[in-house]
Ligand binder design. Structure first.
Ligand code: ADP
Ligand code: MG
Length: 435
């Protein structure tokens, strides 16, 4: 892979001039975030951090990522419809991880009551890095799949059920990424679909179900609930858990429903890599299975037993080759290097280790780019990128009525940071320059 913008990156004065122009353009185009100081107000906003240059991405890998997206949509959807698989896969995790356990509780409750809606809307983003193989060639390896609140899509999802209906976006009190959500709102409005923003607290105060479990908010019926909150433990008070259950019980279309959220857990990702599991979930689809498996990095269960013991021994022997992941979303939760070693030493004889998974660390080839951030000087950094592909699908009963890939997101960060996304202040927005 060619790795740099060459001479452009050498000329400091030119870089600063280009950065000034690029920042003005980003502001004019609405590539914006609210500030950390004022996350609930748009009085003062800043540009969302981005790279000065698009980063080079091998076009074969970009094409591969697009080509496998519909398979990932199918796979997530298959997992979400398989209670036995979800129950078995998450059984050790929910014993030790309270957050996953509470989500699973809601899942069980709605299954028992009977799911009120037959339409399912999935909007996910599968993220990859470009593993540098021994021979120097890059390979597409999945980091994770996000099935809830996959952000920076700014795209609209459609379903026949939503025409002239109201979409309820479950919003956080403080939302710096408001302009990403407004982009969706505007797209919907152009199709005459209204979106209202409410917090879980509002739902618990003003939301209700009628006897057919139709969902009403401030007296208006809601057709679709779109979650941009509810993927981290800190986002749930007792009141918020009640609101989540109410939404889940309703016959509104949920994006995602609770089963699909569970299908996006890191534990499920790890179990999917086990021999025979893809074949069981996607029977009669060997090509899809092969495309999916080609993107899997090494994933290891830490459940009590020999397999988990072996994984821990290997990670302790070569810490730089692994990442330790708890069942969390939103960045900044994974452990690397010395921190991982300490955690593993502490966890290894306790059942709590089952709430984590171990993953092979992807090592992309670093390249040079400038990460532009409000208030930071322009300078060249050694960087790596993470490619995300958005997927959307709609299922009615057992029939998939739509399955598409709907664009990409490239995020780039300096190699000195092991973890973290754009929201965490580590990565910045980028664009692939296919080569
Ligand atoms: P989260 O749900 O918090 O986004 P991720 O699994 O996406 O968790 O990990 C967060 C970040 O950590 C990723 O964006 C990536 O930069 C880094 N990371 C995660 N897994 C790996 C891995 N296997 N190899 C290298 N980096 C990784
Ligand atoms: Mg991630």
């Amino acid at each position: 892979m060619a790795t740099s913008w060459g001479s452009l990156l050498q000329d400091e004065q030119q870089l600063e001039e280009l950065a000034r122009q690029a920042v003005d353009r980003a502001l004019a185009e609405g590539v914006l975030l609210r500030t950390t100081q004022e996350p609930s107000s748009s009085d003062v906003v800043n540009y969302a951090p981005f790279t000065l240059f698009p980063s080079l991405v091998p076009s074969a890998l970009l094409e591969q990522a697009y080509a496998v997206q519909m398979d990932f949509n199918l796979l997530v959807d298959a997992v979400s419809q398989n209670p036995a698989f979800l129950e078995q896969t998450l059984s050790s995790t929910i014993k030790m991880d309270n957050f996953t356990a509470r989500l699973f509780d809601i899942y069980k409750q709605v299954l028992e009551e009977g799911i009120a809606q037959t339409v399912f809307l999935g909007l996910n983003r599968s993220d990859y890095m470009f593993q540098c193989s021994a021979d120097g060639s890059p390979a597409l390896k999945q980091i994770e799949i996000n099935t809830i609140s996959a952000s920076f899509g700014g795209l609209a999802s459609r379903t026949p059920a939503v025409h002239h209906a109201q979409v309820l976006l479950i919003a956080q009190e403080k939302e710096r990424n408001i302009f990403d959500q407004r982009a969706i709102e505007n797209e919907l409005l152009a199709k005459n679909i209204h979106l209202i923003r409410r917090r879980f607290e509002d739902v618990s105060e003003k939301g209700s179900l009628d006897q057919d479990r139709r969902l009403f908010m401030d007296g208006q019926e809601i057709a679709v609930v779109y979650f941009r909150d509810g993927y981290m433990p800190s986002q749930y008070s007792t009141q918020n858990w009640k609101a989540r259950l109410l939404l889940e019980r309703s016959c509104a279309v949920k994006c995602p429903d609770i089963a699909t959220q569970l299908a996006g857990t890191k534990k499920v990702q790890q179990e999917l890599s086990r021999a025979g599991v893809l074949e069981m979930l996607l029977p009669g689809q060997p090509e899809a299975v092969a495309r999916l498996r080609a993107t899997f990095a090494g994933l290891y269960s830490l459940d009590m037993g020999e397999e988990g013991d072996q994984a821990i021994t290997e990670a302790l022997a070569a810490p730089s080759r692994f990442v330790l992941k708890p069942q969390r979303e939103g960045g900044g939760n994974n452990l690397y290097g010395e921190e991982m070693v300490q955690a593993l030493e502490q966890l290894k004889d306790h059942e709590e280790r089952a709430s984590y998974i171990l993953m092979e660390k992807i090592e992309p080839e670093p390249f040079e780019n400038c990460l532009l951030r409000p208030g930071s000087p322009v300078r060249v950094d050694q960087c790596i990128s993470e490619l995300g592909i958005f997927g959307v699908y709609v299922r009615q009963g057992k029939t998939l009525v739509m399955n598409k890939h709907v664009g990409h997101l490239l995020r780039t960060k300096a190699i000195k940071h092991a973890d973290g996304g754009v929201a965490a202040g580590v990565a910045v927005l980028d664009n692939p320059y296919p080569v």
